[in-house]
Ligand binder design. Structure first.
Ligand SMILES: *[C@@H]1O[C@H](CO)[C@@H](O)[C@H](O)[C@H]1NC(C)=O
Ligand SMILES: *[C@@H]1O[C@H](CO)[C@@H](O)[C@H](O)[C@H]1NC(C)=O
Ligand SMILES: *[C@@H]1O[C@H](CO)[C@@H](O)[C@H](O)[C@H]1NC(C)=O
Length: 401
């Protein structure tokens, strides 16, 4: 009994502590966000404690948030929903029921979760993909790629590429009544990373390239090499995705060796001889002035880590590392960035770099936006912000796909 009271007391103190972490000024539905954010930070704290005590791994504690939101494939009056697999990778398909004379557009959606969490079967993704299928009269494919740390880099990417290649086959497009000139690949957060990289890889193959009309990236993460951009500093404590949580989860895609996580927290993880890569992500060159605030660019500290991880130099992990000639022929692009997001600058830099080489980019910046907001689109944790992001994304697709 005494033990339970002690736990409950500790819980209350922690919650009170987290709920008083100051929020940015312009946030809508402030109390709801403050409450949800305190919940996430508590869970992260529990994750750290459980890991120290050897009870559960950090990422397994956070994945509780995913497990409670998994859904079954439930069809409704408009959409048939099917769980199946493409090239042995699990996918969830959304097929409009209404009769159509014409072939339909298609969207392949890659979910977020820092490469370690998440599923296309989570309620908010199921909702968004169903909504997309219904609004656009489109075939939508959600991909359940393999997750880290059990399946490290480049497993997630390989799965996404396999599914995309499978779907783009003429016989498969025909089977689902898809117009091969109206296909978009979308993703949020690390799903945006995977979409970006998959398209960069597939553009070298004329058979696939011509079938990818557009890419839509919602607050994507696009690099692992600089963890101290202005957005990382301004949004160090979140809301939702703090710098600590992001690094603690995402590094697992590279390794389980905690030396890397510590080095990434200090931004001293890149090896000697990698300075030339920083020009591709140099925020001092690519961020529009208003986002730089008073931050001053500092040269990276290299060669502090004794172990060498080739993935850190790989553009399949950090798609911002490709050179301009590889960006030139990328498809029509939609990028949505949020002001209160540590990954804000990744999206802003990609948007600048794509525009510099003549790629057609629509960029929406949400001034009161928060990383991961699309996960908060279903009751009881629903935000107006999530609806606004959904509507911007969908209306871009309606106009451009
Ligand atoms: C089916 O589509 C109609 C028209 O778009 C919409 O009003 C209705 O809510 C949809 N039903 C479901 C279950 O989503
Ligand atoms: C980043 O850009 C700034 C300003 O253009 C420049 O002074 C600096 O040398 C660049 N750093 C790297 C590592 O490319
Ligand atoms: C860009 O990168 C590609 C692939 O790594 C390489 O073949 C090409 O020579 C590079 N182009 C320039 C201008 O550096």
């Amino acid at each position: 009994m005494g033990y339970k009271i002690l736990c409950f007391g500790l819980f209350c103190i922690l919650f009170a502590y987290y709920i008083y972490i100051p929020m940015p000024e312009n946030i809508e539905e402030r109390w709801k966000i403050q409450f949800l954010d305190a919940g996430v930070k508590m869970l992260s704290f529990m994750g750290k404690m459980f890991e120290i005590m050897g009870l559960m791994k950090y990422e397994d504690v956070l994945s509780i948030l995913v497990k409670v939101q998994l859904t079954k494939p439930v069809s409704d009056e408009n959409i048939t929903v099917i769980d199946t697999d493409f090239s042995d990778i699990p996918v969830r398909l959304y097929l409009p029921k209404r009769k159509s004379e014409k072939q339909r557009p298609a969207v392949i959606f890659i979910h977020g979760g820092a490469f370690t969490l998440g599923s296309c079967k989570m309620l908010p993704y199921d909702y968004l993909n169903r909504w997309t299928a219904n609004k656009l009269d489109a075939v939508v494919v959600g991909i359940d790629y393999r997750l880290a740390p059990q399946y490290p880099f480049p497993a997630a990417l390989e799965d996404c590429v396999l599914v995309i290649k499978y779907f783009l086959q003429d016989t498969i497009l025909k089977k689902y009544g898809v117009d091969p000139t109206r296909i978009c690949i979308s993703g949020d957060s690390c799903g945006g990373t995977l979409a970006t990289t998959a398209i960069q890889l597939l553009q070298n193959n004329p058979e696939h390239k011509d079938k990818i009309k557009a890419q839509a990236l919602l607050y994507p993460g696009l690099q692992f090499i600089d963890t101290l951009m202005p957005s990382h500093r301004i949004n160090e404590h979140g809301p939702f995705l703090s710098r600590e949580i992001a690094i603690k989860l995402a590094y697992l895609y590279v390794t389980e060796d905690t030396a890397l996580v510590q080095a990434m927290q200090r931004n001293e993880h890149m090896p000697k001889g990698s300075r030339h890569l920083f020009k591709f992500v140099n925020w001092s060159d690519f961020l529009p002035e208003k986002y730089k605030k008073n931050y001053v660019y500092t040269e990276p500290t290299l060669g502090k880590l004794n172990v060498f991880y080739p993935a850190l130099l790989d553009s399949r992990l950090s798609p911002l590392l490709v050179n301009d000639s590889q960006l030139q022929s990328l498809p029509l692009t939609y990028i949505l960035t949020c002001e209160h997001d540590i990954l804000r600058d990744d999206g802003l830099i990609y948007s600048t770099r794509l525009r510099n080489v003549g790629v057609q980019v629509t960029h929406d910046h949400i001034e009161d936006g928060i990383h991961g907001a699309i996960l908060l689109i279903t009751v009881p944790c629903n935000l107006h912000l999530a609806v606004r992001i959904r509507d911007k994304y969908i209306s871009w697709l309606e106009k451009n796909l």
